[in-house]
Write a new protein. Structure first.
Length: 298
């Protein structure tokens, strides 16, 4: 059967939500499906109140709703869900007149580039559809003054001082986000892979420098807001290094604010008072890998 030039399923990936439009003649057979037989995501979200006179059914949902999943890659945030067609059984239980179908749906948002956010119509193939849209996130890392009220004017420190660093992410209408710092590396030259190097945050959010004796390094609680993260590190230099410069490179990452902190998304400091790792948010269990080094990769 020749496919109709007009796609049976179209998706618009918007700033904080997606909209799915489904033709009632889903399979191009001239036999319309019922709106009640269509649902979105594993949570089986229903469509908007259908108009019997219209030839289409519409779904609108926030990116994190209806059981959608998020994958974070070095370049993109990828939200995945699916449209489900589950036909009702015919009056005769021995026969089937329609088969279920699943249409995978994806929305892609780049983490670094600035690309048009116009919707892209998917290329229709039986039971499959993929759509991408684009959005920009801005990450920053700043040295702050002693009161955390403004950016520090000087980047000079004496041994015994504390470096107060604040990481932030801003977006244009994105769903609420929570920021994490997976790793921070100090080097003597502007090459994060050079030697000597000291990873004072490592293992996906463990502030390992707080484990050292006679340091007050720690993540600062509470956060000023979910998309900001503060931490302080006692000033240091490399042994035997006669230079006066340190270069700090950090890997920043976000997850949906509605997602609970977990071993992949954590901010952990070592408490010398209790002798245990303590999370900025969530339960102590998410920090249990900070000493073993067996933390899962985000």
């Amino acid at each position: 059967r020749a496919l109709s030039p007009r796609p049976a399923v179209t998706v618009r990936c918007q700033e904080g939500q997606l909209a799915v439009t489904v033709s009632k003649d889903l399979f191009g057979t001239g036999r319309p499906v019922r709106a009640a037989e269509l649902s979105l995501g594993t949570a089986s979200c229903p469509p908007l109140s259908p108009n019997p006179a219209q030839a289409f059914v519409t779904f609108v949902a926030a990116l994190h709703e209806c059981g959608s999943t998020l994958q974070v890659t070095p370049d993109s945030l990828i939200y995945r869900t699916a449209l489900f067609y589950k036909p009702t059984r015919s009056g005769n239980p021995l026969i089937v007149r329609a088969t279920p179908a699943e249409v995978p749906i994806e929305c892609h948002y780049p983490r670094r580039s600035n690309v048009s956010s116009g919707a892209v119509h998917p290329t229709w193939a039986p039971f499959r559809s993929t759509v991408a849209a684009e959005e920009r996130l801005r990450f920053s890392l700043r040295l702050m003054d002693d009161e955390w009220s403004k950016e520090r004017l000087s980047n000079g420190f004496q041994l015994g001082d504390s470096l107060r660093l604040q990481a932030d992410v801003t977006s244009e209408g994105h769903i609420p986000l929570r920021l994490f710092v997976d790793q921070c590396v100090a080097t003597a030259i502007p090459d994060r892979g050079s030697f000597p190097r000291y990873a004072f945050i490592d293992r996906g959010g463990c502030l390992v420098d707080s484990r050292a004796e006679d340091t007050a390094s720690a993540f600062v609680s509470p956060r000023p807001r979910p998309e900001s993260l503060r931490f302080q590190v006692d000033a240091f230099k490399f042994a035997g290094d006669v230079g006066n410069l340190l270069y700090i490179s950090c890997h920043l990452r976000v997850s949906p604010a509605a997602e609970a902190p977990n071993p992949w998304n954590k901010a952990c400091s070592f408490s010398k008072a209790s002798g245990l790792w303590a999370p900025l948010e969530g339960t102590a269990a998410i920090c249990s890998c900070c000493d073993t080094g067996s933390c899962p990769s985000p």
